[in-house]
Each structure stands twice: as C-alpha cells, then as structure tokens.
Design a protein. Structure first.
Length: 460
C-alpha cells in the first residue's frame, strides 16, 4: 500500500536521509532509556524491578515486534500515522497522530523539568533544584534551544541522540561501578523483594513503568530520513531494546543498593545517589558528573522526540489534514520549520499553564499523567494495526497493557494536594484534545473537498 495519491502531489518535498543503523540505535536508546525513570522506579521500591520485567515481556517486546513488522510494510515518513491510516482509515490515522503529537508537547516540559532539576547538582546548587524560580526559566530556555537546533536538520540533531544514548550507557555503568563496591563493603541500603507493594502510589506508577519503554516508534516516524528504513528500523529496534532493558533493571537495582526508597526523590534521585556514593568513597566530583550525564541524556532524549514529533505534522500536512503550510520545508535547511516553531510555542504555553496553582512537583505529576494517557491512546492504534497486519499475539498484549495504563493513570498519586483539580485537568485535557482534533480534521477535509479533491484512494 502507499499514501493517498489524490492528495499527495508528485512534487511533494523530500527530506534528506541522514541516519544509519548505529545512528538509529543510539537515537532509540536516547528516546527510550530515560534516566529519570530510574529515580521514579527506585522511589517505588524494589518491587518495581518485577514491574520492569513484566513491562518488558508484555509491552516492550510486543512493541519492538509490531514496530519492526509495520516498518517493513510501510517504511514512509510518518510511522504510526501511516500505519493507523492504512489499518483503520483517515480519521483514525489522524486521531492517532494528533494524540501522539499532543502527548509529546506535554511530555517535553516534564522531561526538561526533571533534567534541569537534576542538573542543578552539577553546579552545587541542589537546594534550588526543585524551586520554581530556577526550574521554570531554565526549562523554557532549554526547550527553545533544542527546538531551534532542529531547524538545522538531523545532520546536526542526530548528534544529540548519539551523545544522549552514549551518556545513558555511561550513567548505567557508573551506577553499577559504585553500587557493587558499596554492596560488598557496606551492604544494601534496601532489603530486596520481588513482590511489588500494592498501594495507590504503585497502581499509578505502573503506567509510568510501561511509559518508560515507549520510544521505538519515534525512529520509525523518521522513515524518510533513514537509509534503507525497511531493514534498518527493525534491526535497530532489537539492538536498542536489549540495551534499554538492561539499563532499567540494573540501574534501578543500583539505586536501591545506595539508598532507601523513601529517601529517593522521583525527580532528582540519580544525583542524590551520586552524592551518597561520592561521600562513601571520598569522590567529591561524582554527583556533578552524574548531573552532567543526566543533562546530556535529557538533551539527547528531548532532541530525539522533538525530531520525530515535528515530522508528524509534516506527514499529515502532505495528506492535507493539517494546514498545508506544515508540509513545507525550509528552503535552506530542508526541515519542517513551521511545525518546529509552532510546537515550541505550544510547549511554552503548556509549561506555564500547568504550573499555575500547583507546587512544582504537583505540576510535574499532573503533566506526567496527562502525557501518559494521551500517549497510550495512539498505542491502542499502533497495536491494533499490528494485530491487523500479522502480529496478533504481540498486538493483543501491547493493547491490553496500553488500556490498563490509561485506566491507572486516572488514579491520583498521594502527594497531589487537590484530587479534584488533578482529575479535572487530566480528564478535561483528554476530552478537549480529542474535540480539537475533530475540529481540525473536519475543517481540513472540507477545505480539500472545496478545492475539488476526490476521496483518497490507496494502491496495494
């Protein structure tokens, strides 16, 4: 099958192919392996290691199998938008892309908030790490810096993914290098058990565990910028999948050896662990090094997601279900500049809107839960498409986990000050997002019909 020929013109702009296999492996690692999830998992206790294993078996492996199968069949730019459109029709393809687009716009501020909070330790300013006067302005500056860097294309931005993926490996290695001697000399700070403690906190956290394994689909969105995407994307998914699995399980275990769960901050736990390990061995520079690695990893993950997210409006714009201006490329750099600048502006608005009336941690948690819900809606489509195109068992497993993650994300964590406000923001945001997408879709369809275009046809 191919894209709707009646709406995509023969002279449609083409993106430059910049990514090879190992570029994509590092890109995937940067996108999937978020160092902040180690802190969140360790804060939830040793039972989270069991949750990591369950998430690998029932979500991550199925995700890799489905992405590999679909990317071989439909290697075009657009990834899950193309797959959902081919499986379920134009409206569902658009809705999948729309929710994925919005979810990432919510995700970017949470990613940077966690990163800049941990980066404060690099400058010996841990006391201001979670204060608004520091975190909000720096988050704003980092967001705009990464979006503007994307204007120059993947030839530049891929290095953020390369450095980010590499820093993830180094972070995991350092954690183990110090946790193992601490374990042998002082013993573990945490008593390990494999059964997760059942509480409202752990119920809400299950969705975040599954969310931490999302990211393999980002590289597939860049299909038009990957050399031999039908072969490269599946191979990169399997290699990076194994790396990310080991990173999460080993990294969480190392943090729990160094600290007790109740003492680990969900936002800055990694640099706390570096500080404790440094004190144990008299290595004063360890905490700043961890903070620096976290900063690089955060920038790599942000750069990877921004690259993928800004290509979705380009792909949808080619089908004219978004304003055609989104399908234009910059005359000099060949990038979807309108999409990049528009998303930067929306992220800025969301950062300040969600922070209003909440503590910094409360705003962070609200953003995370909204992001989890809006992200897993597209994954319902992703796994549904997998089931339709030959991955029945994998698709069903991923579909079930995605549905469960949406439900448990509606359970407020215990440190939210006002439950009603939390529920209102999350549920209203989900409904409003879908309604706004419907308006954009209907108006776009009316516009291209008024132009005399016929209903799209597909060629197999």
């Amino acid at each position: 099958m191919s894209e709707p020929a009646s709406r995509r013109v023969l002279s449609a702009p083409r993106l430059k192919r910049e990514l090879g296999l190992w570029d994509l492996v590092l890109f995937n690692v940067a996108a999937v392996a978020g160092v902040r999830w180690l802190s969140a998992a360790a804060h939830a206790g040793p039972g989270s290691i069991t949750l990591w294993v369950l998430a690998v078996v029932f979500f991550f492996v199925p995700s890799a199998l489905v992405v590999s199968t679909l990317s071989r069949s439909f290697p075009q730019e657009g990834g899950l938008y193309i797959w959902s459109r081919e499986a379920f029709g134009d409206w569902h393809g658009f809705l999948c892309a729309w929710y994925y687009l919005i979810s990432n716009l919510i995700y970017f501020p949470t990613l940077v908030l966690a990163g800049v909070s941990m980066a404060a330790y690099m400058f010996g300013a841990g006391q201001i790490a979670e204060t608004r006067r520091y975190a909000i302005p720096v988050t704003f500056a980092v967001l705009w810096a990464v979006f503007l860097a994307n204007l120059f294309g993947l030839k530049i931005v891929k290095w953020a993914g390369n450095f980010g993926g590499s820093s993830t490996w180094v972070t995991g290695g350092l954690l183990l290098a110090f946790a193992i001697p601490v374990l042998l000399k002082f013993g573990s700070a945490t008593r390990f058990h494999i059964v997760p403690v059942v509480s409202w906190d752990s119920v809400n956290f299950w969705s975040q565990i599954a969310f931490a394994f999302i990211g393999l689909e980002v590289g597939a969105i860049l299909g038009g910028e990957i050399h031999n995407p039908g072969r490269t994307i599946p191979r990169a998914a399997m290699i990076s999948g194994a790396i990310c699995t080991g990173f999460y399980i080993a990294g969480t275990s190392a943090l729990l050896v160094l600290m007790r769960p109740e003492h680990i901050s969900a936002m800055t736990g990694l640099t706390q662990a570096g500080q404790i390990a440094g004190e144990r061995f008299g290595v004063w520079w360890l905490s700043p090094v961890f903070a620096a690695l976290v900063t690089v990893g955060t920038l790599g993950q942000l750069g990877s997601y921004v690259a993928g997210n800004t290509r979705l409006p380009f792909a949808v714009g080619l089908d004219r279900y978004m304003p055609p201006i989104f399908a234009r490329l910059h005359p000099r750099w060949g990038t979807p500049h309108v999409s990049i600048l528009t998303q930067a502006a929306v992220c800025t608005f969301l950062l300040f809107a969600m922070e209003y009336g909440e503590s910094l941690r409360g705003a962070y948690q609200t953003l995370v839960d909204m992001c989890v819900i809006t992200t897993f809606v597209p994954f319902l489509y992703l796994f549904g498409a997998g089931m339709k195109f030959g991955r029945g068992v994998a698709g069903l497993s991923g579909l079930a986990v995605s549905a469960l993650a949406i439900v448990v994300s509606l359970v407020p964590p215990p440190d939210v000050p006002a439950v009603w406000r939390f529920e209102f923001k999350v549920i209203a945001g989900l409904i409003l997002t879908g309604a706004l997408g419907w308006v954009v879709f209907v108006r776009s369809r009316a516009r291209w019909r008024d132009d005399g275009s016929k209903s799209p046809t597909r060629r197999c």
